[in-house]
Design a protein around this ligand. Structure first.
Ligand code: MEV
Length: 311
C-alpha cells in the first residue's frame, strides 16, 4: 500500500489575482488529507466503484496519469470539502504523489506540476497556487515575475508562474468555515468576467499585488498589526470583485469585533472560509465568535513538511 498525506492551505493575500500572474501569498496548514492506494481488481474509491461526480479529482488524476492496473483508493480528510482551505488541492496532490510513487517517482516538482494539470482540467481555469502550496508546505509565493530563489516554475497557455518558498513565523491563524460550499471554478469565472470587461477591476488587481508585497514585508518583520491592516484592505478589493458573501461579511465583522488585527475571505470566496489573525489574548475569543456565526472554526498553524509519501 502507498500512502500520501498533504496539507491544506490558506491564502493570506492575493487570491484571484494569482490566476492573472499577480503574486499571492499562501501558507500550508495543519489540517491535512491522506490518500492510500493499493492494487485491486476494480477502480474503487472508499470501497465504491470510482464515480466521476463524487470522485472528480481522483478520477481525473487516474485518467491523466495512471495507465496501470486497477487501484483501490481510500481517502481521509480533516479539511472540510469546498471550504476554500485546499481540500481538493490536498486530495489531488496526495493522489498524484501516491500514483507517482507507485511508478518510482518522488520529485516534488513533478507532483506539483501534475497536480496542477488535474486541477486545471477539472476547474477550467486555475493557478498553480493551491497545488504547489500543498506540495511544498511552508509559505509559498506564486508569481509570474522571475526572481532568484524559485523552486519550480509552471507554464500553461502562455502563462508562467514561478513558485517561491518563504519561512512563515509561528503565527496562529483562526479559520472560520461559513458552511457554504463554494466551487472554485465558478468563482474564478465570475471574477474573470469583471476583470475582462473593466479596467477598474484590473487596477484593483494591481493594487492587490502591491498589498501582497507589503504583506510579505510585514511577515518578515513579524508585524501582525500591519499584516492585519493589509488583510483588511485586500478583502475590500475581493469584495469589490464580487468574491464575498453575506455570511463571509458577517464572520469577518465578528472576528474584527472580537479583536482580530485583520480578517478576510480565503480562497475563491462565494462561501468557503474566512481567516483572521489576532494575538494570544484575542485568539480564543475570535475562534468562539466565528464558530458561533459559521459552521465551524479552527485554529491552524503552518505546516512545514508538505506532501509526504510512504510505501
Ligand atoms: C483558490 O484557492 C484560489 C484562486 O486564486 C484560484 C486559483 O488560484 O486557482 C481563487
Amino acid at each position: 500500500m502507498t500512502v500520501a498525506i498533504a496539507p491544506g492551505k490558506i491564502i493570506l493575500l492575493g487570491e484571484h489575482g494569482v490566476v492573472y500572474g499577480k503574486p499571492a501569498l499562501s501558507i500550508a496548514i495543519s489540517l491535512k488529507a491522506s490518500v492510500s492506494i493499493e492494487k485491486s481488481d476494480q477502480f474503487l474509491v472508499n470501497a465504491h466503484l470510482i464515480n466521476e461526480r463524487r470522485d472528480t479529482y481522483i478520477k481525473k488524476a487516474i485518467d491523466m496519469f495512471w495507465d496501470g492496473e486497477p487501484l483501490s483508493v481510500t481517502t481521509f480528510s480533516h479539511i472540510p470539502s469546498a471550504s476554500g482551505l485546499g481540500s481538493s488541492a490536498a486530495i489531488t496532490t496526495a493522489t498524484i504523489a501516491a500514483l507517482l510513487a507507485l511508478k518510482g517517482i518522488r520529485s516534488r516538482e513533478e507532483i506539483a506540476k501534475k497536480a496542477f494539470e488535474v486541477e486545471y482540467a477539472v476547474q477550467g481555469m486555475a493557478s498553480p497556487n493551491d497545488t504547489s502550496t500543498c506540495t511544498n508546505g511552508k509559505g509559498i509565493i506564486v508569481w509570474s515575475e522571475k526572481k532568484d530563489g524559485y523552486i519550480w516554475k509552471i507554464t500553461k497557455n502562455n502563462n508562467t508562474w514561478f513558485i517561491y518558498p518563504f519561512d512563515v513565523p509561528d503565527i496562529k491563524i483562526i479559520v472560520g468555515f461559513t458552511g457554504i460550499k463554494s466551487k472554485t471554478g465558478m468563482m474564478v469565472k465570475k471574477v474573470k468576467k469583471f476583470v475582462e470587461h473593466s479596467s477598474f477591476a484590473r487596477e484593483l488587481l494591481d493594487e492587490m499585488a502591491s498589498l501582497v508585497m507589503q504583506g510579505l514585508d510585514a511577515i518578515k518583520k513579524n508585524d501582525m498589526v500591519e499584516l492585519g491592516r493589509i488583510m483588511n484592505s485586500d478583502h475590500k478589493i475581493l469584495r469589490t470583485l464580487g468574491a464575498s458573501s453575506e455570511k463571509i461579511e458577517k464572520m469577518i465583522g465578528e472576528a474584527l469585533k472580537n479583536g482580530a488585527y485583520g480578517a478576510k475571505l480565503t480562497g475563491a470566496g462565494g462561501g468557503g472560509s474566512v481567516i483572521a489573525i489576532g494575538d494570544d489574548e484575542s485568539e480564543e475569543r475570535i475562534y468562539r465568535a466565528m464558530k458561533k456565526v459559521g459552521k465551524d472554526a479552527y485554529i491552524v498553524t503552518p505546516d512545514i513538511e508538505g506532501v509526504k509519501v510512504w510505501d
